[in-house]
Write a protein that binds this ligand. Structure first.
Ligand SMILES: *Cc1c(COP(=O)(O)O)cnc(C)c1O
Length: 228
Protein backbone atom coordinates (compact mmCIF):
# COMPACT_ATOMS: atom_id res chain seq x y z
CA UNK A 1 0.00 0.00 0.00
CA UNK A 2 2.88 2.36 0.80
CA UNK A 3 4.49 1.67 -2.59
CA UNK A 4 1.16 2.05 -4.34
CA UNK A 5 0.60 5.40 -2.68
CA UNK A 6 4.09 6.57 -3.64
CA UNK A 7 3.68 5.50 -7.28
CA UNK A 8 0.27 7.16 -7.52
CA UNK A 9 1.63 10.41 -6.13
CA UNK A 10 4.63 10.29 -8.43
CA UNK A 11 2.45 9.75 -11.53
CA UNK A 12 0.11 12.55 -10.48
CA UNK A 13 3.12 14.82 -10.01
CA UNK A 14 4.34 13.96 -13.53
CA UNK A 15 0.84 14.51 -14.95
CA UNK A 16 0.65 17.95 -13.34
CA UNK A 17 4.12 18.80 -14.63
CA UNK A 18 3.24 17.73 -18.19
CA UNK A 19 0.00 19.70 -18.03
CA UNK A 20 1.72 22.87 -16.88
CA UNK A 21 4.41 22.44 -19.55
CA UNK A 22 1.61 22.31 -22.13
CA UNK A 23 -0.11 25.36 -20.66
CA UNK A 24 -3.00 23.25 -19.41
CA UNK A 25 -4.75 23.02 -16.07
CA UNK A 26 -4.09 19.60 -14.45
CA UNK A 27 -7.59 19.66 -12.96
CA UNK A 28 -9.13 19.25 -16.42
CA UNK A 29 -7.49 15.81 -16.78
CA UNK A 30 -9.05 12.52 -15.65
CA UNK A 31 -6.49 9.93 -14.59
CA UNK A 32 -7.89 6.40 -15.00
CA UNK A 33 -5.97 3.62 -13.25
CA UNK A 34 -5.91 0.45 -15.39
CA UNK A 35 -6.13 -2.52 -13.01
CA UNK A 36 -6.10 -5.42 -15.49
CA UNK A 37 -4.59 -8.71 -14.24
CA UNK A 38 -4.56 -7.36 -10.67
CA UNK A 39 -6.99 -8.62 -8.02
CA UNK A 40 -10.05 -6.68 -6.89
CA UNK A 41 -8.21 -5.96 -3.63
CA UNK A 42 -5.98 -3.57 -5.60
CA UNK A 43 -9.08 -1.63 -6.65
CA UNK A 44 -10.05 -1.37 -2.98
CA UNK A 45 -6.55 -0.12 -2.09
CA UNK A 46 -6.73 2.47 -4.86
CA UNK A 47 -10.18 3.54 -3.71
CA UNK A 48 -8.83 4.13 -0.19
CA UNK A 49 -6.19 6.37 -1.77
CA UNK A 50 -8.93 8.43 -3.41
CA UNK A 51 -8.99 6.86 -6.88
CA UNK A 52 -12.48 6.88 -8.42
CA UNK A 53 -11.77 6.09 -12.08
CA UNK A 54 -10.54 2.60 -12.93
CA UNK A 55 -10.26 0.71 -16.21
CA UNK A 56 -10.30 -2.83 -17.53
CA UNK A 57 -9.87 -4.21 -21.04
CA UNK A 58 -11.27 -7.75 -20.90
CA UNK A 59 -15.00 -8.24 -20.37
CA UNK A 60 -14.93 -11.31 -18.15
CA UNK A 61 -12.30 -9.96 -15.81
CA UNK A 62 -14.07 -6.59 -15.84
CA UNK A 63 -17.50 -8.04 -14.93
CA UNK A 64 -16.08 -10.22 -12.18
CA UNK A 65 -14.01 -7.46 -10.60
CA UNK A 66 -16.77 -4.86 -10.85
CA UNK A 67 -19.10 -7.24 -8.99
CA UNK A 68 -16.47 -7.84 -6.29
CA UNK A 69 -16.14 -4.13 -5.54
CA UNK A 70 -19.76 -3.12 -6.16
CA UNK A 71 -19.90 -1.81 -2.57
CA UNK A 72 -17.45 1.02 -3.37
CA UNK A 73 -19.64 4.09 -3.70
CA UNK A 74 -18.91 6.44 -6.58
CA UNK A 75 -16.37 4.20 -8.31
CA UNK A 76 -16.46 4.67 -12.10
CA UNK A 77 -15.46 1.82 -14.40
CA UNK A 78 -14.04 2.57 -17.83
CA UNK A 79 -14.15 -0.28 -20.31
CA UNK A 80 -11.15 0.15 -22.61
CA UNK A 81 -10.82 -3.16 -24.49
CA UNK A 82 -12.10 -4.79 -27.64
CA UNK A 83 -15.72 -5.74 -27.17
CA UNK A 84 -17.83 -8.42 -28.79
CA UNK A 85 -21.43 -7.44 -29.48
CA UNK A 86 -22.74 -10.41 -27.47
CA UNK A 87 -20.98 -8.99 -24.40
CA UNK A 88 -22.61 -5.57 -24.74
CA UNK A 89 -25.15 -6.23 -22.00
CA UNK A 90 -22.51 -7.30 -19.50
CA UNK A 91 -20.34 -4.31 -20.34
CA UNK A 92 -23.20 -1.86 -20.13
CA UNK A 93 -24.25 -3.30 -16.76
CA UNK A 94 -21.01 -2.23 -15.06
CA UNK A 95 -19.36 0.48 -17.16
CA UNK A 96 -19.74 4.23 -16.73
CA UNK A 97 -17.80 4.86 -19.93
CA UNK A 98 -16.97 2.60 -22.89
CA UNK A 99 -13.83 3.88 -24.65
CA UNK A 100 -13.67 1.25 -27.37
CA UNK A 101 -16.65 1.67 -29.69
CA UNK A 102 -15.14 0.97 -33.10
CA UNK A 103 -18.06 -0.08 -35.28
CA UNK A 104 -21.75 0.67 -35.75
CA UNK A 105 -22.78 -2.86 -34.73
CA UNK A 106 -21.16 -2.44 -31.32
CA UNK A 107 -22.82 0.94 -30.80
CA UNK A 108 -26.15 -0.68 -31.75
CA UNK A 109 -25.57 -3.56 -29.32
CA UNK A 110 -24.71 -1.21 -26.43
CA UNK A 111 -27.83 0.83 -27.23
CA UNK A 112 -30.02 -2.28 -27.42
CA UNK A 113 -28.65 -3.47 -24.06
CA UNK A 114 -30.10 -0.48 -22.20
CA UNK A 115 -32.91 -1.16 -19.76
CA UNK A 116 -35.67 1.44 -19.52
CA UNK A 117 -34.27 3.06 -16.36
CA UNK A 118 -30.57 2.88 -17.31
CA UNK A 119 -28.61 6.14 -17.30
CA UNK A 120 -27.24 7.29 -20.64
CA UNK A 121 -23.90 5.57 -21.34
CA UNK A 122 -20.86 7.71 -22.19
CA UNK A 123 -18.99 6.31 -25.20
CA UNK A 124 -15.81 7.15 -27.07
CA UNK A 125 -14.94 6.09 -30.59
CA UNK A 126 -11.70 4.13 -30.70
CA UNK A 127 -9.44 5.07 -33.60
CA UNK A 128 -6.89 2.73 -35.14
CA UNK A 129 -3.73 4.80 -35.61
CA UNK A 130 -1.76 1.94 -37.20
CA UNK A 131 -1.78 0.65 -40.80
CA UNK A 132 -2.86 -2.77 -39.56
CA UNK A 133 -6.63 -3.18 -39.97
CA UNK A 134 -6.50 -6.09 -37.49
CA UNK A 135 -5.79 -3.73 -34.61
CA UNK A 136 -8.64 -2.36 -32.54
CA UNK A 137 -10.33 0.83 -33.65
CA UNK A 138 -12.08 2.40 -36.60
CA UNK A 139 -10.07 3.71 -39.52
CA UNK A 140 -9.81 7.51 -39.35
CA UNK A 141 -11.67 7.73 -42.67
CA UNK A 142 -14.67 5.89 -41.21
CA UNK A 143 -14.93 8.08 -38.14
CA UNK A 144 -17.38 10.73 -39.32
CA UNK A 145 -19.94 8.13 -40.39
CA UNK A 146 -19.50 6.21 -37.14
CA UNK A 147 -19.94 9.42 -35.15
CA UNK A 148 -23.17 10.20 -37.04
CA UNK A 149 -24.40 6.71 -36.30
CA UNK A 150 -23.55 6.78 -32.57
CA UNK A 151 -25.00 10.27 -32.20
CA UNK A 152 -28.34 8.91 -33.38
CA UNK A 153 -28.63 6.35 -30.55
CA UNK A 154 -30.47 7.99 -27.64
CA UNK A 155 -29.16 5.78 -24.81
CA UNK A 156 -25.54 6.60 -25.73
CA UNK A 157 -23.79 9.94 -25.27
CA UNK A 158 -20.90 10.37 -27.69
CA UNK A 159 -18.07 12.04 -25.74
CA UNK A 160 -15.06 11.85 -28.05
CA UNK A 161 -12.24 9.61 -29.23
CA UNK A 162 -9.77 7.10 -27.83
CA UNK A 163 -6.58 5.51 -29.18
CA UNK A 164 -3.47 3.56 -28.30
CA UNK A 165 -0.24 4.90 -29.84
CA UNK A 166 1.40 2.52 -32.33
CA UNK A 167 4.69 0.95 -31.22
CA UNK A 168 6.62 1.82 -34.36
CA UNK A 169 6.18 5.58 -34.38
CA UNK A 170 6.92 8.46 -31.98
CA UNK A 171 3.77 8.92 -29.88
CA UNK A 172 3.61 12.68 -30.43
CA UNK A 173 3.05 12.21 -34.18
CA UNK A 174 0.36 9.58 -33.60
CA UNK A 175 -1.44 11.70 -31.02
CA UNK A 176 -1.38 14.63 -33.43
CA UNK A 177 -3.37 12.46 -35.87
CA UNK A 178 -5.72 11.54 -33.04
CA UNK A 179 -6.27 15.22 -32.33
CA UNK A 180 -7.40 15.70 -35.92
CA UNK A 181 -9.73 12.70 -35.48
CA UNK A 182 -11.14 14.42 -32.39
CA UNK A 183 -11.86 17.47 -34.55
CA UNK A 184 -13.70 15.24 -37.03
CA UNK A 185 -15.94 13.88 -34.29
CA UNK A 186 -16.54 17.34 -32.83
CA UNK A 187 -17.70 18.52 -36.25
CA UNK A 188 -20.55 16.00 -35.82
CA UNK A 189 -21.16 16.42 -32.07
CA UNK A 190 -19.65 19.70 -30.84
CA UNK A 191 -19.85 18.67 -27.17
CA UNK A 192 -17.82 15.49 -27.76
CA UNK A 193 -14.57 16.96 -26.47
CA UNK A 194 -12.97 14.04 -24.65
CA UNK A 195 -9.72 12.53 -25.90
CA UNK A 196 -8.65 9.30 -24.19
CA UNK A 197 -4.95 8.79 -24.81
CA UNK A 198 -1.75 8.24 -22.91
CA UNK A 199 -0.49 5.19 -21.06
CA UNK A 200 2.51 4.59 -18.80
CA UNK A 201 5.04 5.17 -21.59
CA UNK A 202 3.48 8.15 -23.33
CA UNK A 203 1.11 10.11 -21.12
CA UNK A 204 3.19 13.30 -21.23
CA UNK A 205 3.03 13.33 -25.06
CA UNK A 206 -0.71 12.66 -24.89
CA UNK A 207 -1.24 15.58 -22.51
CA UNK A 208 0.73 17.83 -24.87
CA UNK A 209 -1.54 16.73 -27.74
CA UNK A 210 -4.71 17.51 -25.80
CA UNK A 211 -5.68 14.28 -24.03
CA UNK A 212 -8.40 14.68 -21.41
CA UNK A 213 -8.49 11.08 -20.13
CA UNK A 214 -5.27 9.19 -19.36
CA UNK A 215 -5.29 5.40 -19.00
CA UNK A 216 -2.35 4.52 -16.79
CA UNK A 217 -1.60 1.00 -15.58
CA UNK A 218 1.81 -0.28 -14.61
CA UNK A 219 3.36 3.06 -13.58
CA UNK A 220 0.81 3.09 -10.76
CA UNK A 221 -0.04 -0.55 -10.10
CA UNK A 222 3.48 -1.90 -10.50
CA UNK A 223 4.26 -4.74 -12.90
CA UNK A 224 1.26 -6.84 -13.90
CA UNK A 225 1.07 -10.40 -12.56
CA UNK A 226 1.11 -13.18 -15.17
CA UNK A 227 -2.19 -13.07 -17.01
CA UNK A 228 -4.45 -15.85 -15.84
C1 LIG B 1 -3.26 -1.96 -20.41
C2 LIG B 1 -3.82 -0.77 -21.11
C3 LIG B 1 -3.46 0.52 -20.69
C4 LIG B 1 -2.43 0.81 -19.59
O1 LIG B 1 -1.18 0.36 -19.97
P1 LIG B 1 0.17 0.72 -19.13
O2 LIG B 1 1.24 0.70 -20.16
O3 LIG B 1 0.32 -0.34 -18.11
O4 LIG B 1 -0.02 2.05 -18.54
C5 LIG B 1 -4.04 1.60 -21.34
N1 LIG B 1 -4.93 1.42 -22.35
C6 LIG B 1 -5.30 0.20 -22.78
C7 LIG B 1 -6.29 0.07 -23.88
C8 LIG B 1 -4.77 -0.93 -22.16
O5 LIG B 1 -5.14 -2.15 -22.59
Amino acid sequence: MGDLHARLEEVDRRIAEAARAAGRDPSELTRIVVTKFHPASLVEDLYRLGVRDVGENRQQEFSRKAAEVAHLDGLRWHFIGQAQTNKARAIRAAASVVHSVDRAKLADALHAAADADDPVLDVLLQVNLTDDPGRGGAAPGDLAALAEHAAGLPTLRLRGVMAVAPLDEPPAAAFERLRRCADTVRAVVPAADWMSAGMTADFAEAIAAGATHLRIGSAITGPRPERG
